[in-house]
Design a protein around this ligand. Sequence first.
Ligand code: CAA
Length: 283
Amino acid sequence: MEINKVAVLGAGTMGMGIAWTFAGAGKKVVLYDIKKEFADKAIERIGKGLAKAEEKGQVPAGAKDFVVANIIATGTLEDIVDVDYVVESVFENMDVKKDLYAKLDALLPAATIIATNTSSLSITEIAAITKRPDKVVGMHFFNPANVMALIEVIPAIQTSEETVDITLELSKAIGKKPIKVKEGPGFVVNRILIPGMNEAAFILYEGLATVEDIDKAMKLGAGWPMGPFTLCDLVGVDIALEVCNTLYNESGDSKYRPAPILKQMVRAGYLGRKTGRGFYDYS
Ligand code: CAA
């Protein structure tokens, strides 16, 4: 199956990186958000990121123009009707997804696959919203999505083998290394990584060491590319808390209970890089 044109729904941090990835691999991308200006902003950020990466020699000269030319911004869902594949990366809320998937189901040809980048909601429940549950699948990217090589491909219980195979092939075609994972809270990476960030927040809460020293400890003592708080700020403190709550609620295991400090930070709006303040100040 030839996939040349994809829609990416949601132009937040992940949607932006996912659109960047597809466009970088030469796919035509329609980047949708509820307001076109959100998608325009994301394309602007991709352009800036690539200009910087070109300067540093991380990408070849001309990459910025190539990638940006492959992405069209829209605030109109009808503009995605002719795409070959859809990746949804909107707000992690089941009511928001229910509304969107009902619209998508009515709009898209019956054969179009819809992949969700959700990290905390049930893919089986999302698939059940549609009349094409066999064509709904998890396609989980990692932040920054344009850099991180892994994609977790997660079938819902309704997903067909064909949908999984197409998604694995597509992941390879855009230069990623996919793994297939059965549906379970946190899949593989977040099941290991998020409790690590949560434990760091408990260590901080208990006053054992500073944010900077805990980060230093994990970078220099465990070889992490960035410390747990730097990573938490990159991923989003709200996302880390959401995944932690999912692990806790779905398993019922108290080892996943979120650290109080994570809840406080989210209540204060200290969500990390995206709000200019998290465990570190970015203003
Ligand atoms: N093209 C474009 N930009 C690039 C690039 C490339 N090939 N390579 C790096 N960059 C960008 C980085 O995004 C970063 O951008 P900013 O300056 O805007 O911050 C900048 O260039 C820094 O690059 P460096 O040369 O300093 O790269 P680095 O060696 O520090 O690596 C990193 C950066 C790849 C992010 C590395 O620190 C890393 O691997 N960190 C861990 C990330 C991680 O664990 N992600 C998973 C999070 S969990 C998740 O996402 C799932 C979920 O559901 C919550």
